[in-house]
Design a protein around this ligand. Structure first.
Ligand code: HPA
Length: 266
């Protein structure tokens, strides 16, 4: 079974350059994932097979606050996935980040706490995972190298602010996030990132700026059309980044994520 998973965000409902080999429906103790998992391999036969899941469903019918993040991550692990790369559309809080910019977040601020099912440990076992560095260092290193090989401009560090949505943010909220150190804002990075760690699955994110966040540019009203159109334009670059990173991924994990649960139980 493939050990690499991709979770696609807004505007990424398939994986161009890959052919479908199989489709798997998975049921989990947490309910249904966003859809069936696609097992796919590169068209040209190069590189490993991957498991792909569109986070919002194949027809984008699931809003960010209704995504069953626990089922999605559980399902990935039950298919043998050890490493996940989550692709997310984000608004740029930092005015230097114009639409189309690609970033690899290294930190996260979660403003969805309490509003979403955000843990696999709700009683019985009391577990507090370490989240000092939320993203897998090994996948991040591979992604940075892949971006260099592809000649892709890609910001290797960014603080991702996660809001609950589904509404977009107010001008004042974005200014608050900016002053707090946030660079990009999205609605799906959490709890996805933390849930993977709770299952000792490596996780890293590739974020594509699809719009200036609220109030950052003088342009005014933000639209979902803009988000999906910008994401569509960036898909080629994102897929090139992912494909190259798969071929560079060490076969065995050498990062702390695989032992994330050691020393965490009370
Ligand atoms: N805010 C929150 N989520 C988003 C945005 C945004 O501006 N753009 C894409 N996802």
């Amino acid at each position: 079974m493939p050990k690499l998973g991709i979770i696609g965000g807004s505007g990424l409902y398939s994986i161009p350059g890959f052919v479908k080999l199989k489709e798997e429906c998975v049921s989990t103790p947490y309910g249904d994932p966003s859809g069936s998992y696609l097992i796919a391999g590169p068209e040209d036969g190069s590189g490993p097979h991957v498991v792909f899941l569109p986070r919002h469903g194949a027809a984008h019918s699931i809003p960010p606050h209704k995504v069953n993040y626990r089922a999605n991550i559980w399902g990935m692990q039950s298919l043998g996935v050890e490493r996940i790369i989550g692709v997310t559309a984000v608004g740029g809080i930092d005015p230097a980040l114009s639409p189309g910019s690609i970033l690899l977040p290294d930190q996260v601020m979660d403003f969805t706490q309490g509003a979403r099912e955000s843990t696999f440990y709700e009683g019985g076992d009391v577990v507090h995972i370490d989240f000092t560095d939320p993203y897998c260092p090994e996948i991040r290193t591979v992604l940075i190298k892949a971006a260099q090989i592809e000649g892709l401009a890609c910001t290797p560090e960014a603080t991702y602010v996660c809001t609950n949505g589904p509404r977009l943010e107010s001008r004042a909220e974005i200014e608050f996030f900016r002053r707090a150190g946030g660079h990009i804002v999205g609605m799906t990075g959490m709890p996805e990132t933390a849930l993977a760690r709770e299952l000792q699955v490596c996780y890293a994110a590739v974020s594509v700026v699809t719009n200036f966040a609220a109030g950052v540019s003088a342009a005014g009203k933000l639209t979902t059309t803009e988000v999906v159109e910008t994401m569509a334009k960036s898909t080629g670059a994102v897929m090139a980044l992912l494909k190259t990173s798969f071929s560079l991924m060490p076969q065995h994990r050498g990062c702390p994520c695989k032992d994330a649960l050691s020393g965490t139980r009370l």
